[in-house]
Design a protein around this ligand. Sequence first.
Ligand code: SF4
Length: 453
Amino acid sequence: MSTISNPTAPTTPASVDRVIQLIASGESSGESCSPELSKGPWEFDAGPTAYGPGSSMGDVIPAGSPRQGALPAEYKTASDEELDARVRAAKATLGDRVLVLGHFYQRDEVVAHADYIGDSFQLAGAAKSKPDAEAIVFCGVHFMAETADLLSTPEQAVILPNLAAGCSMADMADIDSVTECWEALEELYGTEPDADGRVPVIPVTYMNSSAALKGFCGERGGIVCTSSNAETVLEWAFERGQRVLFFPDQHLGRNTAKAMGVPLDRMPMWNPRKPLGGSSEAELHDAQVILWHGFCSVHKRFTVDQIEQARVSHPGVRVIVHPECPMPVVDAADEYGSTDYITKAIAAAPAGSTFAIGTEINLVQRLAAQYPQHTIFCLDPVVCPCSTMYRIHPGYLAWVLESLVAGEVVNQISVSADVAVPARLALERMLAAKPPANGGGTAPAATAVPAGA
Ligand code: SF4
């Protein structure tokens, strides 16, 4: 188990939220991607048409996305210190009845209260390992809470402190668009297997997708992948299918398939707003991986130019980026891998190493604080967190915990049984898939890290 951070440690002065507030007040000369980041997230709960300030600002929230109701005023006006004390008091009262999970990309002021930190799948595993906890408060985004609900017991309530904390990438592939795509592909390819028994196409969804899409894959012989095991999962799919339909992240799909030797001209894109996804029938017939037109608004900010700048300003720097970054960025980096890969690489490096990291800034800042023997910085000089996860302000955490103390479950995320059964099947296929003998560019999956580990 890798050590990521000690969530019981006090918030460092370098927390991303603190830096954003200093920039907004003019006390720091740095730059954030939007002055609106310094506002309370409740200002965006009333009815946003986009994802709010920052990196996800240009993306459109799909109709029907959950909307957060009004947060009681006392949580908006409380000081940081008061909220911290109220969260601690509520957790102490609830004891083992509640489990608080914090994603790697979550702000420090919330992660400080997490019993476990990790990536989405690691945290879902942590939820599963604590069946006696009545409530699981997931400080991440919507699809993560859904996954925790899929893997926890029916008696456990999974709570997302702010329902407006969605994932812009996950929302780029909705069940209706993917179903339309699938029907078009079936019309084109038919449904008969080839002489080797491989069906025309296998659906593969990234963990960063709705439970409905995981269920879609489960019902059609498909599978889920994470950024840690994408190559293993693609190997599994190629054994069973002539092609893969990969959604929602085109970059993870492209970077992984390219590393496995799939030529770029056999990876056409599927844009749901265009007829046949914007590709010709010939391109789709020749395809080995069909890439959904989705991306992470945070990771698409990283550029080759930033890498070149880092190499000039820090000779000898080790550049590691996440596979959600565009292919030219992954190609220009020294290494790429999941958050687990990045944290392990830093933990294993000799003292005095210098890292430029291409992933979400809350994790990078936390790693920099945790490993003062290294120089660690984010490739993007602009402070730009995942703006949707950033909506889990400590005020929302205090609200859901104090509601639990009062006997009320608010903001429960519950996946219906008709979706949950096939979604679990797709997850079980992923867990059963065996890694290729020669490994890959990414690290194997790990477990979440308990507080103080
Ligand atoms: S960092 Fe990107 S993929 Fe992750 S939750 Fe935020 S928007 Fe979604």
